[in-house]
Design a protein around this ligand. Structure first.
Ligand SMILES: C[S@@+](CC[C@H](N)C(=O)[O-])C[C@H]1O[C@@H](n2cnc3c(N)ncnc32)[C@H](O)[C@@H]1O
Length: 406
């Protein structure tokens, strides 16, 4: 069937209309005439499969990755990078328009198109190492992934030779590159091959089943004036160059004040970066291992004015209601915050809220609640995940001045 593509949806898929019903087609671009097959009828929409592009968009480029049509890692490599950035910007503008009925004019900051990821988790099976094919458990073997730091690609090619014709028992491997140092963590390994593996990766920090068998137990990343431990299970932003710029931007929005809250504080990166600007910083984080890392990061940096509270923000935030808080920074997961926490933040009533989000839909939803007491100063975007439809947003809110008439 031949259809015309109208626009992209928020996931970067082409949208066509077939007798009034929308059809989403991965790999198709706006204004293209494409030959498709209907893969699934979902009731109120179709999922189409692209067979052939008949009239191509001038914005279409040849994907540089040889596995692009099989592996589900990237989804916009067939669009030129400038247009990917336009798409992301317009997507966030559209979401705020639709959900909040407000026009925003974000800047978008982009620093690296390829080789930006400092971490990958790959599947291993017999002689193959790679990603799962989208929505299957079939491995797409890879030699080199264009999203990864080149040092991680070097490790992949070594591991690829290592696993050949062995009963190695590995089914998953996580590889990290932090400050040019490598960490590799395997879910399993036949002990017969332990020494061979250590001599294959002599400088690396190596873990098997969460046990360190060689090299440093942790890696260390430097951000601004501070150092941060990174262990195999720590949360750490994946695009090093871009998250450092994002944190710099956050710092540029801070004033020297009394008290700050860092909600969803992870391993404490933002709390520690803020510690210079406030007399006291409180972080709240649910993950026990992140809290442990965060406390060790305090020691590593000799910081005494930050306190981490373990638990859910919605359960712990009310304990801080009595404080006079100047700034709240929040960086929740994709699901965003929740009504209880947002109500408590408004009762605490800081003069400034900085909200970092990897999901503009939940960001806009939460702004709709906060706007009762806060005005929107800015929304800016950081391209943390190039070649994909994902985008990191940073929203700054300021407390409204309430005029009370007597
Ligand atoms: C996007 S990460 C924030 C990371 C941190 N700001 C950083 O830069 O390292 C979101 C964090 O929220 C935590 N989290 C998820 N739900 C939570 C909740 N209800 N209360 C507290 N923390 C939560 C996760 O464990 C994760 O560390």
């Amino acid at each position: 069937m031949i259809v015309k593509i109208l626009r992209l949806n928020n996931e970067g898929e082409g949208i066509a209309s077939i007798e009034g019903k929308l059809c989403f087609i991965k790999g198709a671009l706006p204004d293209e005439l494409v030959d498709i097959s209907i893969k699934e009828d979902k009731g109120n929409y179709y999922i189409g499969e692209l067979n052939n592009v008949i009239e191509s968009s001038p914005d279409r480029v040849l994907p540089k990755c040889p596995y692009y049509d099989k592996c589900g890692g990237c989804n916009l490599m067939h669009l030129s990078n400038n247009k990917i950035l336009d798409f992301k910007k317009n997507k966030v503008i559209g979401i705020f328009n639709k959900i909040c009925n407000i026009d925003i004019n974000p800047n978008i900051y982009s620093y690296n198109e390829y080789n930006y990821r400092n971490k990958v988790t790959l599947k291993v099976n017999n002689n193959e190492i790679g990603y799962y094919e989208e929505r299957t458990h079939r491995i797409v073997p890879i030699d080199n992934c264009l999203l990864l730091d080149e040092k991680i690609n070097d490790v992949i090619s070594k591991l690829k030779s290592f696993i050949q014709d062995k009963e190695h028992n590995i089914t998953e491997v996580m590889i990290r590159c932090i400050s040019n140092e490598i960490m590799v963590s395997f879910d399993n390994l036949n002990p017969v091959y332990k020494e061979e593996l250590i001599s294959l990766l002599p400088q690396a920090s190596i873990y098997i089943k969460d046990e360190n068998i060689s090299g440093n137990t942790r890696l260390i990343e430097q951000i601004e004036d501070y150092k941060f431990y990174v262990s195999p299970k720590s949360f750490f932003q994946v695009n090093t160059v871009t998250f450092k710029e994002l944190y710099k931007y956050v710092i540029s929005k801070l004033d020297n004040e009394e008290t700050a809250l860092d909600l969803y504080s992870g391993t404490g990166t933002i709390s520690i970066l803020m510690s210079k600007y406030f007399n006291k910083v409180y972080g709240i984080e649910v993950s026990h291992s992140s809290i442990m890392d965060a406390n060790e990061n305090l020691e590593l940096n000799n910081i005494s004015n930050v306190e981490f509270i373990e638990g859910k923000v919605e359960d712990k935030i009310d304990k801080l209601k009595e404080l006079k808080v100047d700034t709240v920074i929040m960086d929740p997961p994709r699901a965003g915050s929740d009504n209880k926490s947002l109500e408590s933040i408004m009762e605490i009533c800081p003069s400034k809220i900085i909200y970092i989000s990897c999901n503009p839909v939940t960001l806009a939803r939460d702004y709709n609640i906060l706007k009762e007491k806060y005005s929107l100063k800015s929304v800016d975007l950081f391209d943390m995940f190039p070649q994909t439809s994902h985008i990191e947003s940073l929203m700054v809110l300021e407390r409204k001045i309430l005029w009370i008439t007597i």
